[in-house]
Design a protein around this ligand. Structure first.
Ligand SMILES: Nc1ncnc2c1ncn2[C@@H]1O[C@H](COP(=O)(O)OP(=O)(O)OP(=O)(O)O)[C@@H](O)[C@H]1O
Ligand SMILES: [Mg+2]
Length: 330
């Protein structure tokens, strides 16, 4: 039984529709008309305990909606969700004791309270035993370098400082599952690195299951072996970045400088695209021969001065993936 199970999940929002150009009483009447927005249409996936999943997709794909359903904030229109044996939106109290949630776009801390007072309040809310709370809090304060911030009201913190406090707040009750909705949004490079490092350690060392949404493909590259891509409320891919890349860029390039005359080179799945006296530009299909095997084979057979492979930028891979998908659908 997987730890997180999502089956045929659908969620529609009702939004009020305003008739354009109308004002006053008439508009008041018409305003009651509403329209349905299908945020999730049919989404299924499952996650084992201890996995770290990047959950990505273009704006409006339904990522935050999914996170809100998984964390019990929203009830789906149809479908089934189970998280650690509980239905989040039906058994909220027991559910929230097992999960932590961080939304990059909003705070769960009390704006006017010092950070430490907020932590104390959360300890009350989660009914954490005092000894256990202090031990965990001190551990998180050290890990997230929060000492100098504890006395400050949350509203005075910079975004990066606040995100560190948010992580601590989400983890005080030692949840086994963590949902992160764009936790690195707006952070500077060092803060992003710190968040990635922290999330990775939490997953590796404390075996916390992590589901992370992000638009920063470096987050994905640094953190996740598994990537789910959704679009328009449906699953588009459940894969790894490497496999997404191979699927999008069927052909990759390799440049080799030889110490002597460039050889004829006859290898299955590899074409010579250009040559000079001492160098070759090769095209290969990474699904047939992985770059590492190709490099090893060439280096074993020839004296090589330099070799490099073209790595498409990860943003480019994802943009191409969305493009290919939506153009094949249209
Ligand atoms: N409270 C709401 N009321 C009405 N429509 C909503 C609401 N929340 C989300 N939606 C709509 O549902 C769809 C999915 O939104 P959602 O926030 O889940 O997307 P997302 O993948 O998180 O996007 P982003 O990358 O921009 O954060 C969008 O069309 C959005 O406009
Ligand atoms: Mg979102």
């Amino acid at each position: 039984m997987p730890q997180i199970l999502v089956e045929r999940l659908a969620k529609s929002y009702r939004v009020a529709e305003r008739a354009p150009g109308l004002t006053g009483a008439l508009n008041g009447l018409l305003r009651r008309r509403s329209r349905e927005v299908k945020a999730l249409v049919d989404l299924s996936f499952s996650l084992e305990a201890g996995e770290l999943l990047a959950f990505i997709g273009p704006n409006g794909a339904g990522k935050s909606t999914t996170v809100k359903i998984l964390s019990g904030i929203l009830r789906p229109s149809s479908g089934r969700v189970e998280v650690a044996g509980l239905v989040p939106y039906e058994d909220r109290l027991r559910h929230v004791a097992r999960i932590g949630v961080v939304f990059g776009q909003r705070s769960q801390l009390w704006w006017d309270l010092p950070v430490l007072d907020g932590f104390d309040l959360l300890a009350d809310i989660y009914r954490i035993a005092p000894v256990r709370y202090r031990r965990r809090r001190d551990e998180l304060v050290a890990l997230l370098r929060l000492d100098s911030l504890l006395a400050q009201p949350v509203r005075q913190l910079s975004l990066g400082q606040r995100m560190r406090a948010e992580f601590a707040a989400a983890l005080l009750h030692e949840p086994e599952i963590l949902f992160l909705d764009e936790p690195t949004i707006g952070l500077d490079a060092p803060s992003k690195l710190a968040v990635r490092d922290f999330v990775k350690r939490l997953n590796r060392e404390q075996n916390v299951t992590v589901l992370l949404t992000t638009h920063d493909m470096h987050d994905v590259e640094a953190l996740a072996e598994r990537v789910i891509v959704i679009g328009q409320g449906r699953l588009l891919a459940d894969s790894s970045l490497d496999r997404l890349r191979a699927g999008v860029f069927a052909e990759r390039r390799l440049w080799v400088d030889f110490a002597q005359q460039a050889p004829a080179l006859d290898m299955p799945g590899v074409q010579v695209r250009a040559r000079t006296a001492r160098s070759l530009e090769l095209a290969f299909d990474p699904a047939k021969i992985p770059a590492a095997s190709l490099i090893a084979a060439i280096a074993a057979a020839h004296a090589v001065d330099d070799i490099h492979v073209e790595e498409p930028a990860i943003e480019e891979v994802i943009a191409r993936f969305y493009d290919l998908h939506y153009s094949s659908e249209a």
